[in-house]
Design a protein around this ligand. Structure first.
Ligand SMILES: [Mg+2]
Length: 240
């Protein structure tokens, strides 16, 4: 039997970094109280992710590119992520980062960690001359309100039915996308969501846990795909 190709999709904020960088930026450069209120509205499904980012951008009066860069430089990626990227490369496992955050800090943090050339999809943030922030959503899909960058579409575009797909995430923007993958690694809000919805998943603390589990999966003779993920993928194809 043909060995299945493994594909890994990973969230960024709170998964590759230990804290939510996007949220921290708006708490620091906008208003902490307003930021909390806007995020609360997102988490209770009162607003979509895109509305959430637009409102957060509007809450910033005066941002400065240099101060933003310095702030981002005070943050690190999870140190266990770097060897995990090497592990995937050594084993020819394609790794794609799917973020509902913004390109400018993802790129900067990857470069700081020596991770150049990693494939990622995210939203775009512009720091304008007048100190205002504006966001762009090149991968927006109105059918996916929980993520302004439609993660599900990237998963479908980057995998075939023969591949075995793995999703790694922690939060709101992962809830829909993770269900299109065969294996889910979850922590925090995504873990609670999967438990509540009875979606099978592996809990994780860091990328060492994930790597060990993937080695176990690679050693299995017959990797079973998740039936519900197949049904979701099929429905998505038919809807196109
Ligand atoms: Mg996250």
């Amino acid at each position: 039997m043909k060995k299945r190709t493994l594909k890994v999709f990973v969230d960024f904020d709170g998964t590759i970094t230990l804290e939510d960088v996007g949220e921290r930026i708006f708490r620091r450069f906008g208003c902490a109280e307003k930021t909390d209120k806007i995020i609360e509205n997102l988490l209770s499904d009162k607003i979509s992710s895109r509305q959430c980012w637009d409102e957060l951008c509007n809450s910033v009066e005066n941002a400065n590119k240099k101060e933003l860069d310095n702030f981002i430089d005070s943050i690190d990626v999870d140190p266990t992520f770097v060897p995990f990227v090497k592990f995937c490369g050594d084993n020819e496992i394609e790794l794609i980062v799917l973020s509902d955050g913004f390109d400018f800090y993802i790129k900067r943090l990857f470069s700081k960690a020596g991770l150049t050339g990693l494939k990622y999809y995210s939203n775009t943030l512009n720091v304008n001359e007048d100190g205002k922030l504006t966001a762009e959503y090149p991968y927006y899909d109105s059918g996916s309100p929980t993520s302004a960058n439609c993660k599900k579409n990237h998963i479908i575009n980057h995998s075939s039915d023969d591949d075995c797909t793995i999703y790694i995430g922690d939060g709101n923007s992962d809830k829909d996308a993770a269900q299109y993958c065969d294996f889910i690694f979850a922590k925090n809000d995504l873990l609670k969501f999967c438990s509540k919805e009875k979606i099978s998943f592996y809990p994780f603390k860091n990328f060492i846990d994930i790597q060990n589990k993937i080695i176990e999966l690679m050693n299995k003779k017959n990797l079973r795909k998740r039936h519900h993920a197949q049904l979701k993928r099929k429905a998505a194809y038919l809807a196109e």
